[in-house]
Ligand binder design. Structure first.
Ligand SMILES: CC(=O)SCCNC(=O)CCNC(=O)[C@H](O)C(C)(C)COP(=O)(O)OP(=O)(O)OC[C@H]1O[C@@H](n2cnc3c(N)ncnc32)[C@H](O)[C@@H]1OP(=O)(O)O
Length: 342
């Protein structure tokens, strides 16, 4: 069982002990690392996308913020992870530097409209001695699209510490990114034209997340599998050590990516006719860097009634459990029709 360090709650930076916490703010300006370093310069643009646009809200009034969009799925409904991440940013703005996000619970009540920004209205529910709770409504066209409650806690170490063991998988250096896999498929001389179009569309999507599937699907070979999936994941770009609240917001964004699809893995004979996240809950257990590779372990323990339940665990490379999440989504499917062999 991986040894957890005292103070390993989402908030202190990974290297601190219990008595020297960096000022943990949500100032989203580029980290004070060496901005001229090749690493920071190389990714500054992409970092500016994720840090200064997707998760950098404009303050409209006290506890009222406005968020814009960067990447929108082909469904043309706003990506749920964006709305969760932005809602957590809004909630965190009115919370002291000595408090750290430990959980959030959301309902997606209407589809997000990519043509208009999202307003985030924060309600300061309670400021307790150890725990502080905020409620956030994400609003478009005067109606809520998401309702979210987030809770923050002071650092309070405890002798009760345990976690599961991280799955044994190849390191990310031994695996290909989703883009590299797609290019590999596209290089196959016998690939049918109709597949090329779909794959090139996938390549064109500018998702600010890098993904390396641990067990990449054998492309277009439809086989049923257990409702379990593993992939290495990280935010594109350099974010840096200090903004633990920001890393939680990025992890919230990442956690909703490719999660619901886990419930479809046992049913290759069906494709989603209508799929959307209904709710999303997340718990932050330790410090982590969302701009460094983390293992995302996804599984679906149940599906039925046009819904699927999926759960995820985000692991640091050193085996520490960083965050857990659960989500239920509506899954309406129809049989996949294949051209007859006759
Ligand atoms: C992975 C992600 O990031 S998803 C993004 C985040 N999540 C979301 O955007 C979901 C937001 N929430 C919502 O949109 C709403 O709460 C809903 C759609 C989930 C539920 O709203 P309801 O008013 O109950 O809609 P309902 O479920 O009846 O219908 C939804 C769709 O399914 C269709 N539908 C309904 N019943 C059936 C059925 N039995 N068979 C097939 N289709 C059906 C409806 O026609 C509708 O399709 P349409 O939007 O193309 O017209």
């Amino acid at each position: 069982m991986a040894e957890r360090k005292v103070g390993d709650i989402c908030g202190s930076s990974a290297s601190t002990t219990s008595d020297d916490h960096p000022k943990d703010t949500l100032d989203l300006k580029p980290e004070d690392g060496d901005p001229e370093s090749p690493e920071a310069q190389k990714d500054q643009d992409l970092k500016s996308v994720l840090v200064t646009s997707v998760l950098n809200l404009e303050e409209i009034d006290v506890d009222l913020y406005r968020g814009t969009h960067h990447w929108v799925p082909r469904t043309q409904r706003l990506f749920g992870g964006q709305i969760i991440g932005q809602a957590l940013v809004a909630a965190a703005k009115s919370v002291g530097d000595n408090l750290y996000a430990h959980s959030l619970h959301c309902y997606f009540v209407r589809a997000g409209d990519p043509k208009v920004p999202v307003l985030y209205q924060v309600d300061r529910i309670r400021d307790g001695r150890s725990f502080t709770v905020r409620s956030v409504r994400a609003i478009q066209h005067g109606q809520p699209i998401l309702i979210c409650q987030a809770s923050f806690q002071m650092l309070q170490p405890s002798p009760l510490q345990h976690q599961f063991t991280m799955p044994a998988v190849p390191p990310p250096e031994d695996l290909l990114t989703a883009e590299e896999l797609i290019r590999l498929y596209l290089s196959k001389p016998d690939l049918a034209e109709k597949y090329k179009l779909g794959l090139n569309k996938l390549l064109a999507i500018e998702v600010p997340i890098e993904i390396k599937p641990v067990n990449p699907p054998v492309f277009y070979k439809v086989t049923a599998s257990e409702p379990k999936n593993l992939f290495w994941v990280r935010a594109r770009g350099y974010i840096g050590e200090g903004n633990m609240k920001l890393h939680c917001c990025v992890a919230a964004y990442v956690s909703d990516f490719a999660l619901l699809g886990t419930a479809l893995l046992p049913y290759p004979g069906y494709r989603a006719q209508f799929a959307a996240s209904l709710d999303h809950a997340m718990w932050f257990h330790s410090t982590f860097r969302s701009d460094e590779w983390m293992l995302y372990e996804c599984e679906s323990p149940w599906a039925g009634g046009s819904r699927g339940l999926v759960q995820g665990r985000l692991w640091r490379r050193d085996g520490v459990l960083a965050a857990s999440c659960s989500q239920e989504g509506v899954l309406r499917v129809k049989p996949v029709t294949r051209p007859s062999k006759l």
